[in-house]
Design a protein around this ligand. Structure first.
Ligand code: GLU
Length: 336
């Protein structure tokens, strides 16, 4: 059942820069848990510019696994906001393509198949710990405060598993080795992470049956033939468990490129709660997207002076070398 589909580029000839190699396929993978905000727009724009300026394709995947937070109406708004911005997609939600469906909520069967494949490694085990037990037994994570799993359920016997299963349904965890994973991020350079000491035995499927982000995102990027992942640097460290999953699944990972975050004046990462910077408010202020795109590119270091330009026109100014690496503070006055 598990079959990553590597599709050869169809039809159009590859651009000269990629004539010898594979065609780039980038992606934007938003979660429809609210209206898109300026930070999401920035991510979508850079991902689009990177793939398109290299003669590649763009894919749109809706990451709506968290059914409690994601809503279909937000997906519809997202599609509309992307259209307004002039970000076109070659494949994905609203467009179709060979790897459909492109909504994660409709791909459960597929994740089951990937999970079955991971189980073959013998390192997937059920965990019955409650939230309280997890907190009590975990050592806090050294750098970012995340709690690490202490491995309590790692060596339960078959009898113990049967007994506990009768009472509660387990989460599924992956026993990670005491090993490091390294990769070259296109924008942030060499990144190294330790699986066991920084990630522990991470969750593949939650006890309520929802597949974890790490599993779903890796399975989908692999199955959809994504070759370039551009996303916010808040997900830089998540690349470590994802690369480990690629290794276990025997799939060549894509190139990763993380981008700086957009911060509010008080230093917080912009979120969907910053309503004054969501697409609803922004589209009231900007009837056309060109001045907004120009502003973002200027903040990102890609333009010296602010000018209005479309996503298509921005292709000629895009370069990874010019994109800044420091986070970008967005003062309310910047947008007025
Ligand atoms: N769905 C995630 C988000 O909206 C992004 C996942 C990814 O780009 O890997 O934050």
């Amino acid at each position: 059942l598990w079959r990553p589909r590597w599709r050869k580029p169809l039809g159009k000839a590859a651009s000269p820069a990629f004539a010898m190699g594979e065609r780039i396929k980038g992606r934007f993978a938003p979660s429809p848990s609210g209206r898109m905000h300026l930070g999401n727009v920035f991510c979508a724009l850079i991902a689009w510019l990177s793939a398109k300026s290299a003669g590649g394709e763009m894919l749109l995947r809706i990451e709506d696994l968290d059914t409690a937070r994601c809503k279909e109406e937000y997906t519809q708004m997202l599609l509309d906001d992307l259209r307004y911005l002039g970000l076109t997609f070659d494949e994905g939600e609203g467009v179709g393509g060979a790897s459909a469906p492109y909504q994660q909520s409709k791909r459960t069967e597929y994740y089951e198949a990937v999970l079955a494949r991971l189980r073959e490694t013998g390192n997937v085990y059920p965990c019955f710990c409650s939230r309280d037990e997890l907190h009590a037994a975990s050592a806090p994570h050294a750098t970012d405060g995340r709690v690490l799993y202490a491995g309590t359920c790692r060596s339960l016997t078959a009898e113990e598993i049967a007994e506990k299963s009768a009472i509660r349904s387990p989460a599924l965890r992956l026993h990670t080795p005491d090993d490091t994973v390294a990769f070259d991020d296109r924008h942030f350079g060499r990144i190294t992470g330790a699986l066991q000491s920084e990630w522990g035995d991470f969750i593949l499927r939650r006890s309520d049956g929802l597949f974890a982000y790490q599993l779903a995102v890796t399975a989908d990027d692999a199955a959809m033939g994504v070759r370039e992942v551009v996303r916010g640097r808040d997900l830089l460290s998540s690349t470590i468990p994802q690369l480990y999953l690629y290794r276990l699944l025997g799939v060549t990972p894509p190139q990763f490129a993380h981008v700086p975050l957009l911060l509010s004046a008080d230093g917080r990462r912009l979120s969907k709660r910053d309503r004054d910077l969501d697409m609803g408010a922004l589209r009231c202020r900007y009837k056309t997207p060109e001045p907004l795109i120009g502003k973002l590119l200027c903040l990102a270091g890609l333009l010296d002076r602010e000018e209005a330009l479309s996503a298509e026109e921005a292709l000629s100014v895009f370069s990874w070398d010019r994109l800044r690496t420091e986070d970008i503070v967005v003062l309310p006055s910047v947008l007025s």
